[in-house]
Design a protein around this ligand. Structure first.
Ligand SMILES: [Zn+2]
Length: 119
């Protein structure tokens, strides 16, 4: 059985699980609801027909902001507190910065760009 991180916020009885997957032949993790199955085709993820819940967060989904991987602890936090502080890195300014990320049904996690976090 896959490791479970908390209750799914989008359905009755779902649990968020850690699944090891490969995207473009690179191993990463997908955090997904136990009521969802996914099919992978290169870098496309598609819900299978028997899935009843669309919760999913790719561990590498903040890669474009230089965050290599969203950790299991960060997922636990966002499931419990509805938001989590994430460390991102600006290659233009060459420095790290922090933002809040919140659950988003369409994107998994989304960054609240308008809110600055003082360190
Ligand atoms: Zn669910």
């Amino acid at each position: 059985m896959n490791k479970r991180l908390g209750k799914c916020p989008y359905c009755e009885d779902g649990q968020i699980e850690v699944r090891r997957i490969e995207v473009n032949a690179k191993p990463t993790r997908l955090y997904a609801c136990s009521n969802a199955h996914w099919k992978f085709d290169l870098d496309m993820a598609e819900l299978s027909e028997d899935a009843t819940c669309g919760f999913r967060i790719f561990a590498n989904q903040f890669l474009r902001w230089n965050k290599k991987s969203i950790s299991e602890n960060e997922i636990r936090t966002v499931l419990q507190e509805e938001q989590v502080r994430v460390r991102l890195y600006s290659s233009r300014a060459k420095k790290e910065y922090y933002k809040w990320a919140v659950l988003d049904e369409e994107y998994g996690l989304s960054v609240l760009w308008d809110i600055d976090i003082q360190e």
